[in-house]
Structure formats: C-alpha cells, structure tokens
Design a binder for this molecule. Sequence first.
Ligand code: DOR
Ligand code: ZN
Length: 361
Amino acid sequence: MIRELQLPGMFDPHVHLRGLDWSHKATFASETAAALAGGYWAVLDMPNTPPPTIDDPALDTKLAAITAEAVCDWGVYFGASQADNTAEYAAVTGRVCGLKIYNNATTGTLLIDDQTQRARHYAAWPPDRVIAVHAEGSTVLDILALVRQSGRRTHFCHISTAEEIGYLRAAKQEGLPVTVGVTPHHLFLTAEDVRSLGALGRMKPELKTAADQAVLWQAIDSGVVDVVESDHAPHTLAEKASENPPSGVPGLETTLPLLCTAVHEGRLTVDRLVELVALRPQAIFGKPPPPGTYTLVDLETSYLIARENLHTLCGWSPFEGQRVFGKVREVWIRGQRVFDGERVLVSPGFGHNLFAGMGTG
Ligand code: DOR
Ligand code: ZN
C-alpha cells in the first residue's frame, strides 16, 4: 500500500458554488476554499444560481464575482433557457467551459422538457465545445437521439441508475461522443439512508437502490463511467430543516476521502481513482494542469468526517461521522502551495478562469 499519493491536478466538472443571490448558502470564496480543502485544482460552476447564467449580463456579473473571489482555478457553464437564448451563444462561448441543459426538473428555473427546444440548443452550440446534460431515465434516450443527430460532444451528469448505465454503455459501443459522470452520494449512499438522513439525504437525482449502486461500481470498473463529480450543491441547515427543503448536498471535501477509502478497501484501484478525479475530466474539457499543479494525499491515516473541519459555508455533510482514509496534505497550483492540509494559503482572486479567451468556437 502506498502511503502518499500525488494526484496531477484534481478537476471537478460539476459544482454549484452559489454566490450572487444565493450568497447566504455559500460564496465563491468559501466554496473555492472548500475545493482546495478537498484537494481540487479546478472546478466548473453550474448556471442555476439566481440570477441564472443565461445571458451576457448575468455571465459578466458571475465572471466578475468569481474572478475577485476564487482561490482555485475555475470555469463556468452557460445555461440553456426555455425563453430561447441561443442568440447569446456566439458572444459567450469564448468565456465559458460549456453549455448546461437541464432536461428534468431540479433546483432553479432552467428546465427544458420540449425535444424541439432541446434540438434548437444542440444545433446552436459550437460543435467543438462540450454540452453537459441533466437527464434521468428515458430522457437519456431523448438526449442520445440529439447526440446522434448533431454529433455534439455530450457529458451526462450524475448518472444514477442501472437503466441509464445500460443506455450509455450502448451509446459508447455505438461510437457516440458521450461521457458519463457519477456522484459520490450515489456511490456511497442509497435510498435506505434517507431514513436516517432526512432532508440531508435529498438531492436530484435522488438516492437509488443498492442494485443500482452496484451497477455504478461495475460501470467504474468497465470504463463506462468517465468521471466522479461531486455535484457539490450547498444549502443551509435551516433550509434543509424547513417544510419544503431544497435538493442538494455538499461534496467537494468528501469526494476524495470516500474514493480513497474505496481504494483502501480494495474496491477501486489507484490508477482508476486518478483517471476519475483528474485525467478524464481534464481530457473532456481539454485542460491539462499547468506545471507545478498537484495534490498530495495521505492514503493511510483515517479520520472522521466532522462538520467543524469543513470549509464549505453550509457547514454540514451527509457523510458526517463516517471514518475515511485519504487526508489532503498539500495542494499546489502553478508552482505555489495553496493549501497546507488545514489552511488556504492564497488570497481571493488567485484562481484563473481556465476558459478565458477560448474564441467564439
Ligand atoms: O440536488 C440538486 N441540487 N440537483 C441539482 O441538479 C441542482 C442542485 C442545486 O443547485 O441545489
Ligand atoms: Zn448539479
């Protein structure tokens, strides 16, 4: 067993950093600090935080705020909106990491459930840039039809069922340009856990059966799964305790230790771990880490996940009390030590937009 692992630029392509009108839940400063504490070099932020990132002014507002606050490197998604915003695409593609299309209901207002509208967004997005989709169940087939038609590279976020894995395994065999992400909560929790977790175990897609979970692990082994993405989605404890609790759980600081624990238990190889949290997401978005960018993780020391040790502003985790292996000792970005295992060592604004100046595609 190796004691210390050097990871080459951990990259999470699916986080909700909040800030803007949801700064009471979390801020770009707090959640990029949580990203460093979780071992990450870079994170890609989703567009569903109000005001949603669906037009040029909203994008400018978000870019200005993250630029001022981020302590890790980052990118942001543009969101497809129901009121057709495809005319905005040419102007924004040079500053964003990709397009996000919400095809099933979730937090925020960005649902597109009409196939003709989806096709319009697919046709308008530049062919060489990524489209990330929220698609559950048979909606995966609707999106695969668009991928087949348009040839657009599509990343399927947070896949959670055996049925969906079956569709995507077949799509890969067919040669479609698709990639697959799964989340740590679907890998390490099941619907049974909602009994004890209550609202802290509620997210979209919801937790599934142990049988679904077993298929996700098999799909990691067989290579159908490309990425483990946290889907970090902080909400306050007060919101979670309310009558109508919002969906979403934080995950940036627990993803790596949970996966290192799977390595410790012999359920995952170190090589596969490195692919899932660094090499594959880097390749999908065409962003290898800059020189001097890596994370050192202690694979042998175990500890309990506890809220007092978390950097996320929401201050809780669905994994509290679990014993895990995989302690982040140091994070380095561009030759600078940015995290020492406890504290962030750089000031807000240190992080770069990895997708600035991408051209209009
Ligand atoms: O549970 C979720 N929460 N799923 C999503 O797709 C969005 C996220 C959020 O923004 O809270
Ligand atoms: Zn999400």
